[in-house]
Design a protein around this ligand. Structure first.
Ligand code: HAS
Length: 542
């Protein structure tokens, strides 16, 4: 089934993958910089910091956002069995994102926004950078409006029916993101833009960081949840198994809606100005948001075990080897899941208030997030593309061997690189570190840095294989294959009517989510805004 939205879905995905390509190239530069090889000037960049800004912004703010918009538009329309409610919104989400990316990209490339993806004040970029980000965020609001209107139209035609699981998950994902995006919207519109435009003279870095992290932790679940949609509802089908429980999967997404946002202070444990009591409250909530991922691990692995046993797997672990590892779409997501098992545990290390004092701002943190967003999310997305691209273009996937090489080079690469990052981090290496130009370094960092360089290079080669398959399928695949459809898993326990009424009342859940955000942030923000503790003029440190 092709819908009128598909053209824009494809463009949105292409925008994401062009960004990913440049982002990965910058990743390679960073990896080899740890082995004292400085490649930045070879492509006309001024410094490691400019390359790092490109790497972060393109990979985690553009690639993920563009993929999510395209993929969840596709998923919602297929799950509801109808085109999206408002085609103009599908178009708007693409054009707004494109304009925003061009504006922010121009600012970064002209070296007037070397402020990294976290853009903490008092680092001060050109206003066009922040305006570009505003366009990108507004584009995501269009996506939510379109998904919500589509679900509403479907409900009107199907009174009393539960919303199809994949559409339900897409809707909750976007509601969660749009709720949390209010933090970064306040930061940019109220604090940063007036300051960079010269309307206000000074800014409060602590207040800005707090609004940033109000959005900034939930953003990681915005990257993750589209992949969870695949792990829950597509991967088991691809592997030949069934999901145990539909209501449990819905509950997990609702728990993310409730718990993803009131945890941002775990990025600020070491910040002055935030009372310890609020850090503790959010530390406890961080351990709570760990829980829906634990349920996911059990649910998805049970569905995979079901698949492996259907394929003749015996014994405690025999089923693992019966999974279709030769299918790169499945293998990429399995490797993504395995990486997430250890990435999730390193998240618990970060979240522990006292242990965080040792790892905060060290390369242990990128060790954590290259397993999570860098592999669980990115490699799974590559795997999803191995069926999504044929489904959207009607072309048979080109270059199976390259697709398989993509998965295994990435898997080995990230294992080596993240291990090196974690070890160097525990030995105190800063996370953001211009190694080839640094005037200081400890000998304990040498070997782990070499691991980062070797592992990062392997990951880049794996990524290159992915792009060979992408370009090959688009331009060299001669065979048509119109048969590829979105996988949709069968469930053993479907949502009963009662359960559906409980979970499908999404408005009620949004009120609970708002209440938790207000309770965990409100008292601190009210007292802090009344007595701002820190103000700064702003600086250009590059
Ligand atoms: Fe995190 C910092 C805590 C999850 C990304 N995190 C970051 C940063 C990023 C990031 C980018 O508490 C750096 C931000 C910056 O620039 O400063 N994180 C956590 C915790 C979790 C967590 C508790 N993070 C993520 C995810 C990310 C991500 C997901 C991206 C997608 N993180 C922190 C903390 C910091 C932090 C602190 C601040 C550190 C500092 O000091 O700066 C949890 O949500 C993790 C739960 C995960 C699990 C694993 C479940 C496993 C599953 C896999 C199933 C297996 C399958 C495969 C399917 C419980 C679901 C089966 C295969 C077979 C073959 C059988």
């Amino acid at each position: 089934m092709y819908t009128r939205d598909d053209r824009f879905v494809r463009w949105q995905l292409y925008l994401g993958f062009v960004s990913l390509f440049v982002g990965l190239l910058m990743g390679l530069f960073q990896a080899v910089d740890r082995a004292n090889i400085d490649l930045y000037s070879s492509v006309g960049l001024q410094s490691y910091w400019q390359g790092l800004t490109l790497h972060g912004v393109l990979n985690v703010l553009v690639f993920t956002f563009a993929f999510n918009a395209g993929f969840l538009t596709y998923v919602t329309s297929r799950a509801l069995g109808r085109p999206m409610a408002v085609n103009a919104l599908t178009q708007a989400q693409f054009w707004l994102m494109l304009v925003g990316v061009l504006m922010a990209g121009f600012a970064i490339l002209s070296n007037s926004a070397t402020v990294l993806f976290t853009f903490y004040p008092p680092l001060k970029a050109d206003p066009i950078f922040y305006l570009g980000l505003v366009f990108v965020v507004v584009s995501t609001w269009c996506t939510l409006a379109n998904i919500a209107l589509s679900v509403r139209a479907w409900r009107a035609d199907n009174p009393g029916q539960k919303v199809p699981l994949q559409a339900f998950m897409s809707l909750v994902t976007y509601i969660m993101w749009v709720l949390c995006s209010v933090g970064v919207a306040v930061e940019v519109l109220v604090l940063i833009l007036p300051w960079t435009l010269g309307i206000t003279e000074k800014i409060d870095p602590e207040l800005s960081r707090t609004f940033f992290w109000l959005s900034g932790h939930a953003i990681v679940y915005f990257w993750l949840l589209p992949v969870y949609i695949s792990w829950y509802t597509m991967l088991p089908k691809q592997a030949g198994g069934k999901l145990h429980s539909d209501p449990l999967a819905r509950l997990v997404f609702l728990l993310f809606l409730l718990l993803s946002i009131p945890v941002g202070l775990h990025h600020q444990y070491t910040d002055p100005g935030v009372p310890v009591i609020f850090k503790y409250i959010q530390a406890i909530l961080t351990f709570a948001v760990f829980f829906p991922s634990v349920i996911t691990a059990f649910s998805v692995i049970a569905a995979l075990e079901n698949a492996g046993r259907n394929r003749g797997g015996k014994g405690i672990l025999g089923w693992v080897f019966k999974l279709p590892w030769g299918d790169p779409s499945v293998a990429a997501q399995l490797v993504g899941g395995l990486a997430f098992l250890s990435g999730g545990i390193s998240g618990l290390v970060n979240a522990s208030y006292n242990v965080n004092q040792i790892v905060h701002n060290t390369s242990f943190v990128p060790g954590h997030f290259h397993l999570t967003v860098g592999t669980a999310v990115t490699l799974s997305i590559m795997g999803i593309m191995y069926w999504l691209l044929p489904s959207l273009t009607g072309r048979k996937l080109w270059g199976l061997r390259f697709a398989q090489a993509n998965v295994w080079l990435w898997a080995v690469g990230v294992a080596i690189m993240s291990r090196g990052m974690s070890q160097a981090g525990i030995a105190g290496e800063p996370r953001r570190f211009y190694a080839s130009a640094a005037t200081y370094h400890l000998p304990e960092w040498d070997f782990p840095n070499l691991m980062q360089a070797v592992g990062g290079t392997l990951m880049f080669l794996g990524g290159l294989c992915f792009f060979i398959v992408l370009v090959g399928t688009l331009f060299f695949s001669r065979e048509r294959d119109e048969s590829v459809r979105m996988p949709n898993v069968d469930v053993i326990i479907p949502a009963e009517k009662g359960a559906a009424i409980f979970t499908d009342r999404i408005g009620t859940w949004v009120w609970f989510a708002l209440a938790l955000i207000l309770l965990s942030y409100g008292p601190f923000l009210i007292t802090y805004i009344a007595n701002p503790a820190f103000v700064a003029r702003g600086l250009r440190a590059w």
